[in-house]
Structures are given as structure tokens and as C-alpha cells.
Design a protein around this ligand. Structure first.
Ligand SMILES: [Zn+2]
Length: 112
């Protein structure tokens, strides 16, 4: 038996999504962060920070299904964290408010 099969029997499905699975989500979302709108196709550096976000977090039983997955840049994904939201719209509102808080701090620090 292949080690991979054995692992999956013992530990369940892999925690990491395959590149093909991720590309399906990126493709559907046109390689744009669904929270802040960062365009992953505009620049390689943008593309590098694209991640897959589980709208309902995996840590809370969120399924790895297309309707629970969105393209998110790494900062947005981190800001959203493992919070639970009733809808994607609420998650987006939360993330955008967090971004604004951080942006405010950034502006204060760079004012000088
Ligand atoms: Zn983003």
C-alpha cells in the first residue's frame, strides 16, 4: 500500500489542497482576492501571495468544497483567521474593517 493511502486512512484527507484544486478556485475567482480585490494576475508578487480561504473555517468543520472556498491574499486570510461568520459578506466586512484599522496605523507611522 502506498504511503500516501496509508496516511489518508490514518489521518484523513490531506490538510493541504492540491495545486489543481487550488487552481480551480483561483480560476473561478479570476485570480483576485475576494476580500480586498488584489489582482493576482497583475504582478507575479501578487500571484505569489494568493491563498485559498475556507469561508467557514476548516478548524470548525468547514468543507473543502468550491462553495466554501474563495481566493484570498495572504494578509486577508490572516486577518480573517478562524473567525466564524454567518455569510461571506460578513466575513468580507470584517476583513475590510481590519485592513482599514491596519491602514490607519500604517498612515500614522509613515506620517513623519
Ligand atoms: Zn486580500
Amino acid at each position: 500500500m502506498a504511503l500516501k493511502q496509508l496516511r489518508s486512512i490514518i489521518f484523513g484527507p490531506s490538510l493541504h489542497m492540491s495545486r489543481d484544486e487550488a487552481m480551480k478556485v483561483f480560476g473561478r475567482d479570476h485570480f483576485k482576492c475576494q476580500y480586498c480585490g488584489l489582482d493576482g494576475l497583475h504582478h507575479f508578487e501578487n500571484w505569489l501571495v494568493l491563498t485559498i480561504d475556507h469561508v467557514h473555517p476548516r478548524a470548525h468543520g468547514g468543507a473543502r468544497k468550491m462553495d466554501n472556498l474563495v481566493t484570498a491574499c495572504r494578509p486577508c486570510n490572516l486577518m480573517k483567521g478562524k473567525h466564524i461568520f454567518a455569510s461571506f459578506e460578513q466575513a468580507k466586512k470584517f476583513v475590510l474593517e481590519k485592513r482599514e484599522e491596519w491602514h490607519k496605523l500604517y498612515r500614522e507611522q509613515t506620517k513623519a
